[in-house]
Design a protein around this ligand. Structure first.
Ligand code: G6P
Ligand code: MG
Length: 220
């Protein structure tokens, strides 16, 4: 039934969601602003400046746009330092198999990421040429939970949204997929991703996903 798979990058293909958290944590520690994993959940899938605004909610101080840009840049420098060491070994379990199987069966695959570092991460992972299309933040106007990233990906792989499956680790991303009119797979915590059509702890169980594309897995 489904003919296209659109993957989020950070937290789905590789664990850069961790790096984003660590980079924001370092910045907020420097600024003396309280920040934890729970607040971080709200940043997943959300653009850089908007993420910073969420972090600054915990501060009593007012910051100018110039200061905010400076802080966001600083976080990005920390983040870019961390992603330098990414190698193909950092692909999350199930991802290499999924990419291979889907491509073998002629299923179109794309990446829809809100990150301006998406291409660098995909390149370091050694998979930037595997996808039929990559949409990152530089190509769209509205970030997740707006559906634009996913709709742009579908359009560029030549498919209608209703034959596409989106895969996400963030609540904002699941909302974007649903608003795009696609089937949503959540990867991670059920409570956070309960609006998805299917929630998986991780992508190890590739059979569950391949079945959506009528790909029969021997013994599965
Ligand atoms: C992804 C991540 C977010 C991040 C955003 C922007 O959506 O899930 O945590 O803030 O990309 O990333 P960037 O690399 O452009 O700062
Ligand atoms: Mg993500």
């Amino acid at each position: 039934k489904y003919r296209g798979a659109i993957f989020d990058l950070d937290g789905v293909i590789t664990d850069t969601a961790r790096y984003h958290y660590e980079a924001w944590k370092r910045l907020s520690d420097e600024l003396g602003i309280y920040f934890d994993e729970k607040i971080n959940e709200r940043l997943k899938g959300i653009g850089r400046l908007q993420s910073l605004e969420i972090i600054l909610e915990k501060s009593k101080k007012q910051f100018s746009m110039e200061e905010k840009r400076y802080f966001a840049d600083k976080k990005n420098q920390y983040y870019r330092e961390m992603i330098k060491s990414i190698t193909p070994k950092d692909l999350l379990p199930g991802i290499p198999e999924l990419i291979r199987e889907l491509k073998e069966r002629g299923i179109k695959i794309a990446v829809a990421s809100a990150s301006r570092n998406a291409f660098t991460v995909l390149k370091n992972l050694g998979i930037s040429d595997k996808f039929d299309y990559i949409v990152d933040a530089s190509r769209i106007k509205k970030g997740k939970p707006h559906p634009e990233l996913f709709l742009t990906a579908a359009e560029n792989i030549g498919l209608k949204p209703d034959v596409c499956v989106g895969i996400e680790d963030s609540a904002a991303g699941i909302e974007a997929i649903k608003r795009a009119g696609m089937f949503a797979i959540g990867v991670g915590d059920f409570e956070i991703l309960k609006k998805a059509d299917m929630v998986l702890k991780d992508l190890r169980d590739t059979e569950k996903i391949l079945r959506l594309f009528s790909i029969n897995v021997p013994g599965g």
